[in-house]
Design a protein around this ligand. Structure first.
Ligand code: HEC
Ligand code: HEC
Ligand code: HEC
Ligand code: HEC
Length: 161
């Protein structure tokens, strides 16, 4: 029987409505512009070693270090190193209080900072967020008006100067 079978096989599918065709074209345009932008905007060294810019390694390594590290101070300040190691502040590194020290290590004539109140309070101002073992004071009520270092030796904080 050839009845109803005389049309071409394609014509059996209904025509794609124009709004669907536009949606398909729009989707294709978005996908193409995404891949185009990715090809144009990805830095050349991206993905060299992993999901980051390979050239970033060299850029970071080229920066001058500002911290000298705990061992660098011992070369010239063995007294302070010994004092610190035997007291309550033994867990602290020199540069925690004196700031980045590389400039001073390279040229000792350039003095590092010596800080008083704000530095001690940074770690000892009473706060509920600190661990219980960490000794804290309410600085407003703890001999306010005097410098902390008048009564505590910073390198050996349990001692009185
Ligand atoms: C190459 C030797 C050398 C190294 C390394 C060194 N210092 Fe010094 N430092 C000195 C000299 C010299 C002085 C001056 C001493 C003086 O005036 O009595 C000094 C002074 C200081 C002072 C006192 C500054 C002042 O205003 O009186 C501090 C604080 C200090 N150094 C901290 C550090 C720290 C922290 C480090 C490690 C990052 C360090 N130093 C590494 C040689 C060194
Ligand atoms: C808890 C903070 C703190 C740490 C950690 C610390 N210092 Fe100090 N340091 C101070 C303060 C504060 C002064 C100033 C003391 C003063 O004026 O009485 C000082 C003074 C100094 C001085 C000047 C001389 C003196 O004794 O007054 C030198 C040198 C020094 N520190 C080196 C070091 C070195 C080296 C280390 C590491 C081994 C270190 N400090 C660790 C806070 C600290
Ligand atoms: C970077 C954080 C930090 C800074 C800055 C700091 N401390 Fe401490 N301090 C500690 C830690 C950690 C301990 C040891 C744990 C404890 O006893 O709370 C300590 C202990 C102490 C103690 C108790 C010592 C004992 O064994 O009885 C005193 C007092 C003290 N610090 C005073 C000071 C003074 C004064 C300054 C400023 C010159 C200062 N601290 C700066 C972290 C800090
Ligand atoms: C007039 C002297 C004096 C001054 C100034 C002073 N303190 Fe004290 N501090 C003491 C004495 C004495 C103690 C031990 C007895 C007590 O807790 O009052 C002490 C204890 C501490 C303790 C240990 C607390 C505990 O729970 O055991 C810390 C931490 C401390 N002081 C930090 C500081 C800081 C930070 C400053 C500066 C803001 C400072 N002190 C200024 C005399 C002083």
């Amino acid at each position: 029987m050839s009845h109803g079978n005389d049309r071409s096989p394609l014509a059996r599918f209904p025509r794609i409505p124009p709004q669907i065709l536009r949606l398909i074209l729009l989707t294709a345009a978005i996908v193409f512009s995404y891949f185009g932008a990715r090809a144009l905007l990805t830095p050349p060294s991206f993905g060299q070693h992993g999901f980051y810019r390979g050239a970033a390694l060299g850029e970071v390594a080229a920066r001058e270090p500002v911290y000298a590290g705990a061992k660098a101070c011992a070369e010239c300040h063995d007294q302070e190193v010994a004092a610190l190691a035997s007291g309550g502040h033994r867990l602290l590194a020199c540069e925690v209080c004196h700031g980045p020290g590389q400039v001073h290590v390279d040229n000792p004539d350039i003095k590092p900072q010596i800080l008083h109140f704000s530095h001690c309070a940074r770690c000892h101002e009473a706060s509920i967020s600190r661990p219980k073992w960490h000794k804290q004071v309410v600085t407003r009520e703890h001999y306010s008006g005097s410098n902390c270092t008048e009564c505590h030796v910073p390198h050996k904080p349990e001692e009185v100067p």
